[in-house]
Design a protein around this ligand. Structure first.
Ligand SMILES: *[C@@H]1O[C@H](CO)[C@@H](O)[C@H](O)[C@H]1NC(C)=O
Ligand SMILES: *[C@@H]1O[C@H](CO)[C@@H](O)[C@H](O)[C@H]1NC(C)=O
Ligand SMILES: *[C@@H]1O[C@H](CO)[C@@H](O)[C@H](O)[C@H]1NC(C)=O
Ligand SMILES: *[C@@H]1O[C@H](CO)[C@@H](O)[C@H](O)[C@H]1NC(C)=O
Ligand SMILES: *[C@@H]1O[C@H](CO)[C@@H](O)[C@H](O)[C@H]1NC(C)=O
Ligand SMILES: *[C@@H]1O[C@H](CO)[C@@H](O)[C@H](O)[C@H]1NC(C)=O
Ligand SMILES: *[C@@H]1O[C@H](CO)[C@@H](O)[C@H](O)[C@H]1NC(C)=O
Length: 281
């Protein structure tokens, strides 16, 4: 503990030297810090040292997608992904799917294409047109869509609300304790309890899930806490939606990545991420 503080004091001193002497960035004066003890630190530097968010190193990139599923055998659809595949009836998926081909992928009006499992990922990569028909819904933790064109008809929805998957390693993701705290997206979530007897880190809400940026958001929201040890009332974190459309994207439906509702006995989850790139929208 004492060594850690010593090291940080040294780094702060080195930065200060750099700041007052910007023209000589290569000529460092090594300043030996005074042999410090806790009492040498004023309250400002103490809060700098201990109360900022901790950002762990980024995890390794995810593994590449496996082979594509087939239109008729795996999805109960009609046709082929290299020409046109149409989903004509409701489907409840129970695991991640990767749907890829050189053709079109069409979900007909009124069809429910669902994988309502936290963290379930639906990845679609077609060279032609993607279309989600009127009043149709895609429900999953993650939707990743790459297509030539994409259209979302009136009343359709991509709904990843409350379906975030597990937090990445190195973060807890979930508020600890039973204070009913809220989830957090880019930082720690808020707590609904004011308890002066606890340290701030013990009453924070959900941990940051992310190493994504505001320019390219790609992280789940985190869960809300519960007020009970036995029952998990917390709302789930919001999911992730990413679209990369080469030509035209036409959205008349909803794209949702809200945090789940925690009710009266739980904290709400925090929102997830929506990232859209298209030549024309
Ligand atoms: C999918 O699951 C929902 C909810 O469990 C159920 O109501 C519906 O009948 C299922 N649909 C199919 C096609 O299995
Ligand atoms: C989509 O598929 C093409 C090959 O057809 C591949 O080059 C590309 O990397 C894939 N994109 C994603 C996001 O998986
Ligand atoms: C996609 O739809 C457009 C019309 O909206 C059509 O001109 C085009 O041929 C379709 N693409 C494919 C690969 O069928
Ligand atoms: C996208 O749609 C336009 C018409 O809106 C069409 O000309 C073009 O061929 C489509 N692209 C693909 C890859 O199907
Ligand atoms: C979206 O609504 C506009 C205006 O009503 C309409 O022109 C367009 O065709 C609709 N697109 C889709 C994909 O439903
Ligand atoms: C779009 O759908 C909503 C209900 O989902 C309906 O109230 C509205 O009239 C529809 N608009 C069009 C242009 O079809
Ligand atoms: C999205 O999902 C949430 C949670 O299941 C549900 O409460 C909400 O009504 C859904 N919204 C739409 C537009 O389907």
């Amino acid at each position: 503990m004492a060594r850690f503080q010593f090291c940080c004091v040294f780094v702060l001193v080195a930065l200060a030297v750099l700041a007052v002497n910007p023209s000589s960035s290569y000529r460092f004066t090594i300043v030996e810090p005074k042999s410090g003890s806790d009492s040498d630190l004023d309250s400002d530097s103490e809060s700098l040292l201990f109360h900022q968010d901790y950002s762990p190193p980024a995890p390794p990139p995810p593994p590449p997608h496996g082979p594509s599923v087939s239109c008729s055998e795996d999805l109960g659809g009609v046709g082929f992904l290299d020409t046109t595949c149409k989903i004509v009836a409701d489907l409840n998926l129970t695991h991640d799917v990767y749907i890829a081909g050189k053709g079109n992928f069409i979900i007909l009006p009124g069809v429910r294409f669902h994988c309502p499992i936290p963290g379930c990922s639906i990845a679609i990569n077609v060279s032609g047109n993607f279309s989600l028909g009127a009043e149709s819904t895609i429900v999953a933790g993650t939707l990743e869509l790459t297509a030539g064109n994409a259209s979302f008809a009136n009343g359709s929805a991509v709904n990843t609300t409350g379906l975030a998957g597990s937090p990445p390693p190195q973060t807890s993701g979930t508020p600890q304790g039973i204070d009913g705290a809220g989830g957090g997206h880019g930082g720690r979530g808020a707590c609904c309890l004011t308890d002066t007897k606890k340290l701030p880190e013990d009453v924070w809400g959900g941990d940051a899930y992310s190493w994504s940026t505001l320019q390219k958001p790609w992280s789940y929201g985190s869960k809300g806490g519960s007020t009970s040890r036995e029952i998990d009332y917390g709302g789930g974190g919001g999911g992730k939606v990413k679209m990369d459309i080469l030509q035209l994207l036409d959205v008349n439906g909803s794209l949702l990545a809200n945090g789940g509702y925690g009710g009266a006995k739980g904290g709400g989850g925090s929102g997830g991420s929506i990232y859209i790139k298209a030549y024309k929208m």
